[in-house]
Design a protein around this ligand. Structure first.
Ligand code: 5GP
Length: 131
């Protein structure tokens, strides 16, 4: 069965997309630690980051680097943090999180956003993204 992220990538489930190329898809986390919290996902469905071959790992990091640059340009924050967890969704993904304080790196701290806020921030990051 396809993962929830594959369904998002295929458009079966809606998302707030921020960037995409042939191999990767980046969209806002629906339950963000902070405004602009983004997930970067390979379109090929694998479970664990460190089970990827080295080339796939490095390509994912390269795409995440570009998305992180766009987040930094779009979202006022101290810095962009990166985490890989995967305990909830078994489809490799990188969390890119605008950090203001250490609390934003804590996954039990969540920020509620309206649909309009999600759309606005996704558009802002998308505009700043350069392939
Ligand atoms: P992890 O697997 O790294 O522990 O967490 C998975 C992340 O995916 C969580 O931060 C969660 O909010 C996010 N997530 C789970 N389901 C969806 C979804 O349907 N849409 C979006 N945009 N994010 C999701």
């Amino acid at each position: 069965m396809s993962s929830i992220f594959t369904k998002i990538i295929q458009g079966q489930i809606p998302s707030y997309k921020v960037a995409e190329n042939d191999d990767y898809f980046a969209f806002l986390d629906i339950n963000p630690n902070s405004k602009g919290h983004t997930l970067v996902v390979p379109k090929k469905e694998d479970d664990k980051l460190f089970d990827l071959d080295e080339d796939s790992y490095l390509k994912l990091m390269k795409f995440s680097y570009k998305v992180a640059k766009a987040i930094k340009r779009a979202v006022p924050c101290e810095r962009v943090g990166m985490s890989v967890i995967g305990l909830e969704v078994p489809h490799v993904h990188v969390h890119l999180i605008p950090l203001h304080t250490m609390a934003d790196a804590n996954f039990s701290k969540k920020e509620e956003l309206t649909k309009g806020q999600f759309e606005e921030i996704a558009n802002e990051i998308s505009r700043k993204f350069q392939l």
